[in-house]
Design a binder for this molecule. Structure first.
Ligand code: GLN
Length: 245
């Protein structure tokens, strides 16, 4: 049993420890005896995206995003088909913005995105920065997902949200929604890195890929004492934060 984890543009999109997400996926597979190959995909190392079981795309500066966006546009159809076909995709912040129609950066430049989804993102006055706690809409227990956001872009859409905001800002700081979900694709503003602090989300991503490829229905349980200590530490910063479910 083997899954291929495509790390998209690791040299250009890696803010706030996003690489920790790749390590979390790989380790949680290995601890269960599942082979996980990390495939770095970038401008100087293009790979066949059809080989990906999981795509991971991190966040970046406006400059890094501009470079990635213009290079990745030619993959619009193949990425869109892969997502329709149930490939797993975790897109953080700049990566999440990229899956939409466009991103208007802090200088007012309109950077075309892949347009896999019909949302747009526009940078507004004041960055949205800080810890975030959401209640996820994936049905995962515990319901809380913790992370850290730092973005100038505001995203509005009509897709299902990844979660509702309990602490922080999320998509735009106004509608109380965070991220988006469509099939096995999750877009979110949560860095963190998000996966080490939310092992239930990490396992959801691994299991979604294994279900699709091998019809695996459940994962062996791991000892997540350390991971949930990190998770609960964020919840404890906010009164009444811990999930009882
Ligand atoms: N440059 C984008 C913004 O400010 C994305 C930032 C990020 O990926 N953290 O909205």
């Amino acid at each position: 049993m083997k899954i291929n984890i495509f790390h998209m543009y690791p040299d250009l999109l890696n803010l706030y420890g996003d690489i920790g997400n790749i390590i979390s996926l790989k380790k949680r597979c290995e601890w269960r005896g599942i082979e996980a190959e990390i495939v770095d995909f970038s401008i100087s190392n293009e790979r066949d995206v059809n080989d990906a079981d999981i795509f991971f795309m991190g966040g970046g500066s406006d400059r890094g995003q501009g470079i990635v966006y213009s290079h990745f546009l030619k993959y619009k159809n193949s990425v869109s088909d892969a997502i329709e076909d149930g490939s797993v995709f975790l897109a953080i912040c700049g990566g999440y913005q990229l899956l939409g129609e466009s991103y208007i950066d802090a200088d007012g430049n309109k950077i075309p995105g892949l347009g896999v989804f019909d949302y747009t993102t526009e940078s507004e006055e004041g960055r949205l920065i800080g810890n975030v706690v959401i209640e996820n809409n994936l049905g995962l227990k515990p319901r809380t997902i913790v992370g850290f956001e730092n973005h100038g872009g505001r995203t509005y859409h009509n897709y299902d949200a990844f979660g509702s905001v309990r602490v922080g800002n999320g998509n735009n700081g106004k509608d109380g929604l965070e991220g988006m979900i469509y099939k096995n694709c999750i877009g979110t503003y949560l860095h963190g890195p998000i996966l080490p602090k939310n092992p239930h989300l990490s396992d959801h991503i691994i299991l979604s890929a294994l279900k699709r490829k091998y019809d695996i229905k459940e994962l062996e349980k791991l000892d997540d004492t350390q991971e949930y200590a990190a998770h609960n530490n964020v919840l404890d910063l906010y009164a009444g934060g811990r999930s009882t479910e």
